[in-house]
Design a protein around this ligand. Structure first.
Ligand SMILES: Nc1nc2c(ncn2[C@@H]2O[C@H](COP(=O)(O)OP(=O)(O)O)[C@@H](O)[C@H]2O)c(=O)[nH]1
Ligand SMILES: [Mg+2]
Length: 373
């Protein structure tokens, strides 16, 4: 490999952005197909959700399996994308276990981060696996939300950026789709479900962002059509679904919002989604967790509920957190002092130089005076 290629490769490697996306919703709403369409390759085996309920029960803990892949986008950015597919629900009598499994997965990633942050010595190989966005697939019924959708979205929203989408949107006519979108957004407002709504701030955001967000917002919930089939349309090979009455093109904005959500997730809104995840959702979780430990620990100890082991563990966590903060503070002081020393040294050098120049000038003046007569 030539050295310039090595350099270029390194540069690209440096640019890699990590992003993690979860898909969730009822079985058969097109989650797996969407993921494969988004990635342009078969990342997930088709119809994974179809294993029967007995197996599902046995394998409960094993059912959320994240997959990570490298995506090279046209713009020269490389994305290390983690896809978290979740078991479909709505088809089981016990939805509660699906709920808690999904929320449990999200919280475990936060717990890992919390443990890592509380460690005095950081682990250089630690991987932050927080989920940055969750596409919630709504069944294309043509109506608003089901009770199940409301409950799950409500419970997930404090832990992850939930983006509502209508799966298999080609099952609806354009009129039905529009009506359904309106009904769903009305429900989201009515039940106060804090989904991610491409908010903007007229004062802080630039014109482009405001326009882009207004546009994306107007599409909510995104109408998704996915397909692993490639069909020739006017000489172009595109992912599409073939029907006796015609072709539905995945990438065609008149047929679906696939392109809009793809570009928001993998391009325009990637950073924002990551920032919200870290600065708000994770931060809230961290506060909840630490104050639970600090406050709840003592209370429950008095109630005699918490055992000595738990208490000891918790005080270790708190102590580690304190130590970490103190360590950080010390490091800051060290940096400051070092900076001051450097500045003083610099000043000293300047003064020394000035002195040397003055000396030289005096010497030259002397020499001149001796030569003159
Ligand atoms: N009409 C239509 N069918 C789809 C679409 N996406 C997937 N399907 C089909 O719906 C079935 C379930 O899809 P799958 O992706 O496995 O759904 P999942 O259970 O949510 O993962 C499969 O037969 C797919 O071919 C879509 O956008 N439109
Ligand atoms: Mg699936």
């Amino acid at each position: 490999m030539s050295s310039s290629r090595v350099i270029r490769k390194k540069k690209n490697a440096k640019k890699a952005i990590r992003f993690s996306l979860m898909v969730c919703g009822a079985s058969g709403t097109g989650k797996t197909t969407f993921v494969n369409t988004l990635c342009g390759q078969r990342v997930l085996p088709p119809r994974e959700d179809d294993d029967d309920a007995m197996d599902a029960h046995l394998e409960r803990d094993l059912r959320i399996k994240p997959v990570t892949l490298d995506l090279d986008l046209d713009e020269g950015t490389r994305i290390v994308l983690t896809i978290v597919d979740t078991p479909g629900f709505g088809d089981q009598i016990d939805n509660e276990s699906s709920f808690s499994e999904i929320v449990g997965y999200l919280e475990r990633q936060y717990d890992d981060m919390l443990a890592e942050e509380s460690r005095i010595k950081r682990n250089a190989r630690f991987k932050d696996n927080k989920v940055h966005a969750l596409l919630y697939f709504i069944t294309p019924t043509g109506h608003g939300l089901r009770e199940l959708d409301i409950e799950l979205m409500k419970r997930l929203s404090p832990r992850v950026n939930v983006i509502p989408v209508i799966g298999k949107a080609d099952a609806l006519t354009p009129e039905e789709l529009l009506e359904s979108k309106n009904l769903i957004m009305a429900d989201i407002d009515h039940y106060n479900i804090p989904v991610y709504k491409f908010e903007y701030n007229v004062e802080d955001d630039d014109g482009d962002t405001i326009m882009e967000n207004t546009q994306l917002r107007s599409l909510l919930p995104f109408a998704i059509v996915g397909s692993e089939e490639v069909i020739s349309v006017k000489g172009r090979k595109v992912p599409a679904r073939q029907y006796p009455w015609g072709v539905v093109e995945v990438d065609n904005p008149r047929h679906s919002d696939f392109l809009a959500i793809k570009s928001a997730l993998l391009h325009s809104h990637m950073d924002v989604l990551k920032d919200i995840t870290h600065d708000h959702l994770y931060e809230n979780y961290r506060t909840e967790k630490l104050s639970n430990i600090a406050g709840g620990g003592i209370d429950s100890a008095q109630d005699g509920i918490m055992n000595a082991n738990d208490l000891a563990n918790q005080s270790v966590i708190i102590r580690e957190e304190q130590l970490r903060r103190e360590e950080e503070k010390l490091r800051e002081i060290e940096v400051k002092v070092q900076r001051e020393i450097d500045e003083k040294r610099q000043e000293l050098l300047v003064r020394e130089n000035e002195l040397r120049e003055l000396e030289a000038r005096v010497q030259r003046a002397h020499a001149g005076a001796e030569e003159e007569p």
